[in-house]
Write a protein that binds this ligand. Sequence first.
Ligand SMILES: [Zn+2]
Length: 372
Amino acid sequence: MGGSTKPALAKATGLSVPAVHKMAASLVDVGLLYETGEEISSGHGRKGRVIGLNPTFRTAIGIEITDLSITGIVLDFAGQVHQEQVIGLSSLRPDHVLATVIRMIQDLQEAARELGPIAGVGIGTHGIAEKGRITRFPGNPDWEPLAITSLVQEATGLPCRLDLRIYAATVSELRFGRRYGFPGPIFYFNSGPGNGFATGIIIHDQVLRGANGLQGQFHHLHMDPQGERCYCGSFGCLGTLTSPQAIQQQAQEALTQTGVDSALRGLPTVDFSSILAAAHKHDKLARHLIEDACTWLGIGFSHVINLLNPSLIVIGGAYAEGGEMILHAIQRSAYRYSESHLLQNLQWSLSTLNHNAAATGAATLLFDRYFQ
Ligand SMILES: [Zn+2]
């Protein structure tokens, strides 16, 4: 989120230069914008002073909850991440998750306060988020609804908003990801490190919201009636075949139940990252597991292509660590099952954001009210 000059803003918005001057002056007065002191060319050989979002106007704490870990960041008003923490979850009980989140917010509060007034805490969670409560959570079928926003507010004194992790991550992709200039639809896939992944849809620079705010449940596309039970209560969901945790389990089963020769056998822990790394080195078992998962994912993507006719598909999260190998394996399968006319002009990309995309997106949503 770099700065811009007033003539450049006038050109981008269609407003007159005097109108932009007036508007910018009032936003500088309230502290939302500031003049950076830098000067850049604004055309016709003239230089213009750069104005940008004032990083100290407000800060926000962003939290991502997955079934493996909690990630927390401090974000300034200009979109810069200042501090990050990741804590592994030793239990998926609601009281443990809540206590870990509150402890992390309390740790980050001081760093946030040093940067500027804190706008609040934004949380993006796996599972189902409804009206400030987490009502379903992957990995814990006995999860009791957790009124997390009111409990966090009570414990920290900070306003708190809750969204789906995927909504927050998609907002992050839209605001901080690579700019493509596509009108859309853009289909964004983001896998967490454990049992959950989901998808977001961007159309005309807006992230789509479903009627109940529960869009993008790609994890629960039904694939196999005879398949394993999913945490949603159904059977054979796409996530039961392809989530990083499912692949990890498949690897462990193959290693313990067969005599397969694999580099994974010598590792102290076999996680999704190590399986991806082994697949890159052409380990036969790792390669087979990843390609199998990508075939299922490609079938899932073909349904999306046929339904949505997207202009761009972005792969983010844990799967993006696999780079071009993952992208090509998913594409091969998706192209096999999609209507060929819909593949013309379709582009694919790996997300350029790192693992804190959802926490950053959850935090930046707290700044929206200052622009309304
Ligand atoms: Zn499911």
